[in-house]
Design a protein around this ligand. Structure first.
Ligand SMILES: Cc1cc2nc3c(=O)[nH]c(=O)nc-3n(C[C@H](O)[C@H](O)[C@H](O)COP(=O)(O)OP(=O)(O)OC[C@H]3O[C@@H](n4cnc5c(N)ncnc54)[C@H](O)[C@@H]3O)c2cc1C
Length: 304
């Protein structure tokens, strides 16, 4: 098929308190890697109300250009509005690829957008490469993380994919880097808005920042008891890190669920991950294989 009219990589930027969310910085990192292989431009799409600072930041974090949709109607994330905006931008700029973060909103948006544009969508990829034909090769975990699979979208453009949190490194910022910021005045008619957010409530229980931690010390069931688990906390404190846990540990109540790493917990990528008394089940390792160094303390040498 002839895809020659499709060019460049669009990255949808999610904002958190008017700043680029960490996941979107990681997506810019992955996009840069692809763009350098395909010789395409990396274009960030920033939507919201008062997005000038975020648009400038996108340039310092690797975007070649930014499309900014600065509109009071976009102040809060609305799926109908964002789908319409991205669909219009995709129709105008004809990108080869659209990348989003695999957040709740990002995954929702990716699927809707793919349907709207009549193309394919890959969800929650943790690896991206480019094949000889120029297709993105998306690596995803299936069957609860037991099997990894490579997928391509080779019959339609743009290729759309959401990328897993903490699976990609963000680009080093280049302070003062400038570039073109294109202001797009996208019109969204009110009839298409079917759902409205009436209130946003911030979760206040979250005090553990596993996703940002450089050192994580995790204790598993092999720690034996809640008292022994205190050693994990002590070591984490001495190393200036955070405390992680496996599911049996959070279920036993040794630490709250917010410390859980894995498929049904947090996805983390510290510089150093120390796992004590952890067997290494796929449901756990799928949440921490992005760590730079992994130290496992286990009395069974064959433990995975
Ligand atoms: C749908 C689903 C989702 C799941 N999500 C998650 C998830 O998000 N995160 C998660 O962690 N799990 C998850 N699980 C559970 C997962 O399958 C494993 O059961 C769990 O990770 C095992 O935890 P563990 O390693 O602490 O315990 P175990 O598997 O019991 O391992 C304990 C380890 O400690 C070692 N040990 C024992 N005594 C000592 C000692 N004295 N010194 C050193 N080592 C010792 C043992 O050799 C063993 O390897 C999920 C399961 C399902 C089905």
């Amino acid at each position: 098929m002839d895809f020659s009219k499709y060019k460049n990589i669009l990255v949808y930027i999610e904002l958190a308190d008017a700043k680029i969310a960490k996941i979107s910085l990681e997506v810019l990192g992955a996009a840069k890697k692809i763009a350098s292989k395909t010789n395409e431009e990396l274009i960030a799409v920033v939507t919201g109300s008062g997005v000038a600072a975020a648009a400038a930041d996108a340039l310092t974090y690797g975007a070649d250009k930014v499309i900014a949709v600065d509109n009071a109607d976009c102040a809060d994330f609305n799926l109908d509005v964002q789908t319409e905006i991205l669909a219009q931008i995709a129709a105008k700029y004809l990108p080869s690829t659209i990348l989003l973060g695999a957040t709740q909103n990002g995954k929702d948006l990716a699927g809707r957008l793919a349907f709207r544009l009549g193309t394919g969508c890959v969800s929650d990829a943790f690896g991206v490469d480019v094949d000889e034909a120029g297709n993105i090769v998306w690596t995803c975990a299936v069957y609860g993380g037991a099997v990894y699979t490579d997928m391509v979208i080779d019959s339609a453009r743009p290729q759309i994919g959401s990328l897993r949190s903490a699976a990609f490194k963000k680009n080093e910022p280049v302070p003062g880097k400038t570039g073109e910021i294109i202001q797009e005045d996208v019109k969204v008619s009110p009839e298409i808005i079917k759902v409205k957010a009436v209130e946003s409530v911030k979760e206040i229980s979250e005090t553990v920042n596993l996703e940002e931690a450089e050192v994580i010390v995790t204790g598993g069931r092999g720690m034996g008891s809640a008292e022994n688990y205190e050693l994990i906390k002590e070591l984490a404190k001495l190393l200036g890190g955070e405390v992680g846990a496996t599911r049996p540990v959070t279920e036993a109540g040794w630490v709250p669920k917010i410390h859980q790493v894995g498929q049904s917990g947090k996805i983390v990528s510290p510089k150093l991950y120390i796992a004590c008394g952890v067997s290494g089940a796929v449901q756990h390792t799928s949440g921490m294989t992005g760590s730079d160094y992994i130290v496992a303390v286990n009395n069974v040498e064959e433990a995975p």
